[in-house]
Design a protein around this ligand. Structure first.
Ligand SMILES: O=C(O)CCC(=O)C(=O)O
Length: 301
């Protein structure tokens, strides 16, 4: 669908993407039942697989409900609404409590169970052709409507340089995330650019002490982010940001070199954007030991 057919406001950290429609496109969906070699080939060629409906939609929604049921005491949800809708109240009255419960949820067996759903494990075992390992550091993100701060352009290996680069990120919408709700946007064809940038960073970082060399925050990096100016990056490399209407049940698998970012949640219905991002790799490949702990704010990853 053309972006003009639906008037979209696409903004990321103050930069407007929708002003340059020629720099926008749509993410290409993939049937998870496609033959394995086809999936691998597509992943190699595009740097991502948007696996439509690979997860059980009801299970994803039940997990969404669980999250919002736990956090609703913080005042996050509009009064007298069903938690599964995740409708924003307009302000989080008890911010500290929300944070505490949010962190608690990261450590819950329910979250672990969700991230190790049989469909996910089965997919990765086949895709990576062997036993797989899930990084313990896993992230849940909620983005309330109107929050101007979003994920800047980056590729994941910047944060995961201490192990193999044969790892896959899973970005999982926990609920429907149409473009307006501010999901991930992917820079078309950027896996190759990410590889080139990483090779350049490796040269620059070569003389740094080992810990600093792999840090996303060393003097050669920009806090891990390549830029906040998404339109300029797309223009510079003559590419397009690919947007999508994600649905509960989908999972995007992206390569550690694929450049992505997020846009502001402008949902007219006031839905909070909820998602998780987790990383799988083969268990016999080198593991970045810095990811062996639960996520905590300021963990410098
Ligand atoms: O959900 C987001 O805003 C960022 C997620 C991300 O960067 C990732 O999945 O690698």
């Amino acid at each position: 669908m053309s972006t003009q057919m639906r008037s979209l406001s696409l903004v990321s950290n103050g930069y407007t993407l929708s002003q340059s429609p020629q720099r926008l496109g749509w993410l290409e969906p993939t049937d998870p039942a496609s033959p394995l070699e086809q999936l691998r080939e597509k992943y190699r060629a595009h740097g991502y697989l948007w696996l439509k409906g690979i997860l059980d939609r009801d299970r994803v929604l039940a997990f969404r409900r669980r999250f919002f049921e736990l956090l609703q005491v913080s005042g996050m949800l509009a009064p007298a609404t069903d938690p599964v809708e995740g409708l924003y109240s307009g302000q989080i009255e008890q911010k500290e409590l929300a944070h505490q419960l949010f962190m608690e949820f990261h450590r819950s067996p329910a979250y672990e169970a969700f991230c190790t759903s049989p469909e996910i494990i089965k997919f990765y075992q086949a895709f990576l052709d062997g036993p797989v390992y899930l990084h313990k550091r896993k992230l849940i993100r909620y983005n309330v409507p109107g929050d101007a701060k979003t994920t800047g352009a980056h590729y994941d290996l910047v944060y995961l340089r201490g192990g193999t680069d044969r790892l896959c990120s899973s970005w999982i919408p926990l609920g429907d995330i149409p473009v307006e709700v501010g999901g991930l946007v992917y820079l078309e064809g950027s896996d190759a650019l990410g590889r080139k940038m990483e090779a350049e960073f490796s040269l620059k970082n070569a003389d740094l002490p080992p810990e600093e060399r792999i840090s996303a925050f060393n003097k050669n990096m920009r806090e891990g982010w390549l830029t906040s100016d998404l339109p300029e990056l797309a223009e510079r490399i003559q590419s397009r940001w690919l947007i999508a209407d994600y649905e509960a049940g989908d999972m995007v698998v992206h390569s550690p070199y694929m450049i992505h970012a997020a846009t502001v949640n402008y949902d007219a219905l006031n839905r909070i954007r909820l998602s998780t991002d987790i990383r799988y790799q083969r268990s016999d490949d080198a593991i970045d030991m810095r990811w062996k702990n639960h996520y905590f704010p300021g963990d410098m990853l």
